[in-house]
Design a protein around this ligand. Structure first.
Ligand code: UTP
Length: 292
């Protein structure tokens, strides 16, 4: 059976984006015309995912509302003949099942993934971070390529990676590849936020994973790591050390990752998406030329 379930962690506190995230989820911040998490869902559904489990927390109910059908709004738009706006709600009617569970304490990404254990059970699954978009307007089928790789190479773990400047390795989980690196490589190890000297490569984890259910046992054994949080990378490491087969897949430049976790990267993502807007991109480009 092909992999059709994705866990989307959206329970983080988003403290680096305060005050914007005080009472609204960072995953609902707009990038161009859509909230970040809508791009994530669109990317996943075009890669064959039709069951989505959100790991949510307090102040995250607007995510559930966003993916629910809003009959009153539909009725209002239909009555007033606003077909174009109605089309903007097409995503509500996707053939997708949504599930929500709460991470009651924000103990880290690994802990958030562990909260999916009873729903996911004994099947392989995708993890897609709700605060990262892959490719402009989410035009990426990386998750499909990853699930195919998982199945064809009988892997236990497939992780997407993006090349980052050497100085930035301190902010990410970094791959230790075994052998040659092309568009894919064998993953020997993963180091969470290494120093520039320690970093075994410049391939940074890019917020998409395909995991075997063995990860749950590894997460249960994982001690809190950097920042006192239970890190998903540490659990992946446990599996790799025990001989699990890991594969890294490198994102091509046209499928780069837009992470909106801090204001620097959020502003850049917004600018890229606004500049790519079919109606307003050119006007904005002219405006910015004037400003600069
Ligand atoms: P981050 O590592 O950016 O953490 O989360 P954060 O808590 O959201 O943000 P800061 O550091 O306070 O600014 C990466 C992804 O993992 C989810 C987040 O919602 C985000 O989508 N996450 C993180 C959880 O679901 N639970 C956690 O305990 C931590």
């Amino acid at each position: 059976m092909s992999i059709d379930i994705a866990v989307v962690p959206v329970a983080g506190l988003g403290t680096r984006l305060l005050p914007a995230t005080k009472s609204q989820p960072k995953e609902m911040l707009p990038v161009g015309r859509k909230p970040v998490v809508q791009y994530v869902v669109e990317e996943l559904t075009q890669s064959g995912i039709n069951r989505l489990l959100f790991i949510t927390g307090a102040s995250k109910t607007s995510i559930e509302n966003h993916f629910d059908t809003d009959e009153r709004l539909i009725h209002h738009l239909r009555e007033s003949g606003r077909e174009e706006e109605l089309q903007q709600l097409d995503f509500e009617r996707r053939d997708v099942e949504y599930f929500y569970t709460r991470q009651r304490r924000q103990l880290g990404l690994g802990h958030a993934v562990l909260c999916s254990k009873s729903l996911v059970g004994s099947q392989p699954f995708v993890v897609a971070l709700g605060d990262s978009i892959i490719g402009i307007n989410a035009k990426s089928d990386i998750v499909q390529r990853m699930t195919e790789e998982f199945e064809s190479s009988k892997a236990d773990i497939v992780v997407a990676f993006e090349e980052v400047p050497k100085a930035d390795v301190v902010r990410y989980g970094i791959a230790k590849p075994r052998g040659d690196v092309g568009t894919r490589f064998e993953l020997e190890d993963l180091i969470e936020k290494p120093s520039v000297e320690e970093a075994p490569s410049t391939y940074a984890v890019a917020s998409r994973y395909v995991l075997s259910p063995a990860i749950f046992e590894a997460l249960e054994e994982t001690e809190p790591g950097k920042g006192g949080e239970i890190q998903l990378t540490d659990a992946i490491r446990i599996l790799l050390k025990r001989g699990a087969k890991g594969v890294g897949m490198v994102l091509p430049p046209d499928e780069r990752r837009f992470d909106i976790g801090n204001y620097g990267s959020y502003f850049r993502a917004f600018a890229d998406f606004a500049l790519a807007d079919p109606d307003y991109g050119d006007q904005l480009r002219d405006y910015l030329r004037g400003v600069l």
